[in-house]
Design a protein around this ligand. Structure first.
Ligand SMILES: Nc1nc2c(c(=O)[nH]1)N[C@H]1C(S)=C(S)[C@@H](COP(=O)(O)O)O[C@H]1N2
Ligand SMILES: [Mo]
Length: 370
């Protein structure tokens, strides 16, 4: 048998039933969005499976789209078969190919900037656009899956093969990166690329979405340390003496990371200077459990108490005063957390008993009100 025939037979054997292909595309795209979003919260290497799942599923999508296109090709290419929903289908395909191609190019380490956006941010944009597109697309062509489609071990095997093939392909790609020393070889397990050098000008000034306050006047700056501490008080910029130093890695979800020497005040010491954690003096039995860091813009994040105590409120990077863009006079340095949690321009540190679920929304909308 000729190689081509064999290959096409093998592919036929791998192809799940059409309806299953359609439904899996929906499910896998949603799983990609979910793993992509979850990956944004992972900053320590033990979270690697989220990234691997995202990559393997992404590669499986290529196969699924291939099966699907082979089936519907004639409907796309023949004008007479176009329907109202065809435009939506094409748009969905474009977004999917956009997400896939930007993801693939990123893995090779190319960093083409599209104005302010890194390629990884564009990838995220395509991914998010896919949610409504895929949902609408599925609803215009809704056909419930049939029982018979799920029967047989064959489909399960097909999916296992697709997923494993995806993971193996990614693994091989890593080898290619190393062999050709592409810039992609230096990426962290999160996919982020290094920014080398020390100090204020060696790494980008980045906002999560739209935060962009005016520079803070040092002489007017006050940091209030409040909440469940025994002697709530405010500190001036000069009182935040840079004493503690720590080397920490800042990994931004837009796809870069940097290792810097940060110095400032250990948050635990700051809380001590405000009388130490307590009941806040109101006599109500609130258990101190979280520390919330609030920016002058309202942007905020909170960390569990023990983690917060070991974090740093940095005033300096590589022995220079922080530049405004990096959060002067003081910014949070939270090792092991992703960049968006490293609140800049901190004006309030607040010990609380509760988590702050609203922080998710606030980080997204902060900066849009001015
Ligand atoms: N107040 C505030 N702090 C913020 C942000 C923001 O938008 N507002 N962006 C975060 C994000 S997404 C990152 S990656 C880091 C970037 O820090 P840098 O600008 O010093 O590189 O700051 C974080 N701190
Ligand atoms: Mo970021």
């Amino acid at each position: 048998m000729r190689i081509r025939e064999r290959a096409s037979r093998a592919i036929d054997r791998l192809e799940p039933p059409p309806r299953i292909v359609d439904w899996s595309l929906l499910v896998v795209v949603l799983a990609e969005v979910a793993t992509g979003l979850v990956s944004f919260t992972v900053g320590t290497p033990d979270g690697w499976p989220v990234f691997w799942l995202h990559r393997a599923l992404g590669l499986a999508i290529i196969a699924l789209i291939g099966f699907k296109l082979a089936r519907v090709r004639h409907r796309l290419l023949n004008r007479e078969l176009w329907q109202r929903s065809t435009a939506l289908s094409v748009l969905t395909l474009v977004a999917a190919l956009g997400a896939l191609s930007t993801g693939i190019v990123w893995v090779f380490g190319l960093d083409v900037r599209i104005s302010y956006w890194t390629l990884l941010s564009v990838h995220v944009g395509f991914g998010l656009a896919l949610v409504p597109l895929v949902a609408l697309h599925a609803s215009t062509r809704f056909r419930p899956p049939r029982r018979v489609d799920f029967e047989g071990r064959r489909t399960a095997v097909q999916y296992t093969v697709l997923l494993v093939a995806g993971a193996v392909t990614y693994r091989l790609q890593q080898g290619v990166n190393r062999l050709l020393s592409t810039p992609g070889a230096d990426r962290r397990f999160t996919g982020s690329q290094p920014r080398e050098g020390e100090g204020n000008f060696s790494f980008p000034v980045t906002s999560w979405v739209a935060d962009d306050p005016d520079p803070i006047d040092r002489s007017e700056y006050r940091l209030s340390v409040v909440g469940l501490v025994d002697e709530p008080r405010a500190f001036t910029a000069d009182e935040l003496v840079a004493g503690d130093e720590t080397e920490a890695l800042l990994d931004c979800t837009s796809g870069w990371y940097t290792v810097q020497e940060w110095s400032g005040v250990r948050v635990g010491d700051l809380l001590e200077a405000a009388g130490g954690v307590g009941d806040g003096g109101d006599g109500i039995d609130d258990e101190p459990a979280y520390v919330r860091f609030v920016s002058v813009t309202g942007y905020r994040w909170s960390l569990p108490l023990a983690e917060a105590e070991d974090a740093l409120l940095a005033t300096h990077v590589a022995d220079d005063r922080l530049a405004h863009g990096h959060g002067a006079p003081a910014r949070l340095v939270a090792p092991g957390r992703r960049g968006f949690q490293w609140v800049k321009w901190v004006t309030r540190v607040e010990v609380r008993s509760e988590r702050d679920p609203a922080q998710w929304v606030v980080t997204l909308i902060s900066g849009f009100d001015d």
